[in-house]
Design a protein around this ligand. Structure first.
Ligand code: ATP
Length: 337
């Protein structure tokens, strides 16, 4: 039995959470793997109800669980996810982008993953006013850069792919901070002679994600660049509705969609739950590897193939060219699992 904490979120978060609960309950009933789900509040609604975007009870329940699923939260996202990433030292943000058949993707041969440093850069919130200026501190450390570089090379080693790591930065302008990041990645690359290594400025990377996305394998980059590039890579393979993410530390992990709360479509039953359901797949992979539980890996594979077989036969939500509602698409998944 795995204890799963679930932040239900804001905007389309509650709809995605209901979809995730139905899928996890179906796995409980049909696939011989047990999850005990605890629903938790955090985000805009929690802030207005309790005065805290990340209530203490939520933090305690997350710490007592085996893994956390987090639906998107709204305006208070920085007070929830950025805090959790740092508090739980979830230093690696993993954002895969893979083209699947019958998707509005740029090409059908894209299979890449962005490994984004998750604990520092401009996200440490060290901003202040100074005279007529506003100042933000960009913190990049050698230890965090080497740690994420190692994670990226290990990811490239395990992937059945091109065995390539591309370090993305802007060291021609930010010579000290990105200079340090590039140097740390270069040093780590020497421990992995079997993986090819190259470097790219972030602007060139943004262009190449459109021009030749099939050339990428593992991209390792700093926090803010990783956030921006992963929205782009998601769109390149069909859109945010299909984009999952994992925040991974040495002992704990949190899974969430790449996208935000999408208030423009909230409450309409049209959101694509695949981003959150593919995050469950990432959670199953992580639990399976951590606990040497092959059942988790098998069910994760089954969940992913169920989603993509449906999409392939035209059973899809509106954002990727279909007509299915969130609840009807979820029902198709639970019926087919
Ligand atoms: P944030 O800055 O919090 O990441 P954002 O400004 O990037 O948020 P999102 O909420 O991530 O905005 O979404 C951008 C747009 O993509 C939404 O307005 C919505 O139309 C679409 N979108 C995002 N997620 C989904 C989804 N699961 N299903 C369908 N459409 C989605």
């Amino acid at each position: 039995m795995y204890k799963i904490s679930l932040i239900t979120g804001d905007g389309i978060g509650p709809e995605l959470s209901e979809s995730a609960i139905s899928v996890l309950n179906t796995i409980n009933d049909k696939l011989d793997l047990k999850f005990d789900i605890t629903k938790l509040s955090a985000g805009d609604k929690a802030l207005s109800e309790t005065g805290k975007a990340l209530p203490d009870d939520t933090i305690n329940a997350i710490k007592q669980s085996d893994a956390c699923m987090k639906a998107p939260v709204g305006e208070s996202a920085a007070d929830v996810i950025v805090v959790l990433r740092r508090m739980l030292d979830l230093y690696a943000n993993i954002r895969p982008a893979k083209s699947y058949p019958h998707m509005p993707a740029l090409r059908d041969d894209i299979d890449m993953v962005i490994v984004r440093e998750n604990t520092e850069d401009l996200y440490t919130g060290k901003e202040f006013s100074l005279g007529d200026s506003a100042v933000a501190l960009r913190i990049i450390s050698e230890s965090a850069s080497k740690r994420i570089a190692k994670y990226a090379f290990e990811t490239a080693k395990q992937r059945n792919s091109k065995k390539k790591v591309t370090c993305v930065h802007k060291s021609n302008v930010m010579r000290v901070t990105d200079g340090l990041f590039a140097k740390a990645c270069t040093e780590i690359s020497k421990d992995y002679p079997e993986i090819s290594f190259d470097q790219m400025y972030v602007d060139a990377c943004a262009m190449n994600l459109i021009r030749q996305p099939q050339e990428f394998d593992v991209v390792v980059t700093t926090n803010l660049f990783g956030d921006i590039l992963s929205d782009e890579s998601s769109q390149v393979v069909g859109g945010l509705g299909m984009a999952p993410a994992a925040n991974i530390g040495d002992t704990f992990a949190l899974f969430e969609p790449v996208h935000g709360a999408a208030f423009d479509i909230a409450g309409q039953n049209i959101a694509n739950p695949s981003s959150f359901l593919l995050s469950i797949k990432m959670m199953l992979d992580w639990l399976g590897t951590k606990h040497k539980d092959s059942k988790c890996l098998e069910v994760g594979q089954k969940l992913e193939s169920t989603i993509f077989n449906l999409v392939k036969t035209g059973i899809k939500t509106k954002d990727i060219g279909g007509e299915y509602t969130t609840t009807d698409f979820t029902k198709q998944i639970t019926d087919n699992l």
